[in-house]
Design a protein around this ligand. Structure first.
Ligand SMILES: [Zn+2]
Length: 211
């Protein structure tokens, strides 16, 4: 089991350290994930991806590519169904199916879980704990979807990240082109002095090292 936190939920790291944890949800998506991987590789930084089981089943090679690049991969859900709108058994099945789909592709058990929409229900939290998953939310969202997901808006919010932040972004969305905005904003941000002063890490760095 994980050593700290009664509820096993993490939403940010320590403010006193320069680490920032970029996270990408809802992928993998062959239209957007490879470009984001390229950007991360150019800057030699690690991030975390919270994947959908059905996207993993459709694009297993892309999942392996994320893992081989040294990024952390956690489960999000199988189909991105809203956990609160499902019968409990179905909500548990969403997690179970995603867990096993990802484990079969990477060959190792997932260790990270982020519930779809950030909505937690006790049964799935308990299930996550039984599967030895650490539940991770976020402290900073770049809001890269909907009407607010413009390049200027996403760029401004990304520029405002603080040490310790777990940053919510997306490398796939059902509503089309937003991940392109995310990738462009990320590419621009990583060239700034502020980004150079931060240490971008995968969540395993936060969750496995004692403070
Ligand atoms: Zn999501």
């Amino acid at each position: 089991m994980w050593p700290n936190g009664f509820l096993n939920i993490t939403s940010r790291g320590r403010r006193s350290k320069p680490q920032v944890y970029l996270t990408f949800d809802d992928g993998p998506d062959p239209r957007f994930t490879p470009a984001i991987l390229d950007t991360l590789a150019q800057h030699q930084i690690k991030a975390s991806f919270f994947v959908l089981g059905e996207a993993c089943a459709a694009h297993p090679a892309l999942v392996r590519q994320i893992a081989e690049a040294g990024h952390d991969i956690g489960i999000h859900s199988y189909s991105h169904a809203h956990p609160w709108r499902l019968p409990e058994a179905q909500a548990r099945e969403e997690m179970r199916r995603c867990y096993h789909t990802l484990a079969d592709i990477t060959g190792s058990p997932p260790r990270l879980f982020r519930p779809a929409y950030g909505r937690i229900r006790p049964a799935t939290l308990q299930q996550a704990s039984a599967l030895q998953l650490r539940t991770v939310l976020w402290s900073c969202s770049v809001i890269d979807w909907g009407a607010w997901g413009t390049l200027s808006g996403v760029s401004r919010r990304l520029a405002a990240v603080k040490p310790g932040d777990i940053v919510l972004m997306h490398d796939a969305r059902p509503d089309a082109n937003r991940p392109q905005v995310t990738q462009t904003a990320l590419q621009n941000f990583l060239l700034t002095d502020k980004a150079a002063s931060l240490d971008f890490c995968g969540l395993s760095q936060l969750l496995t090292k004692p403070d």
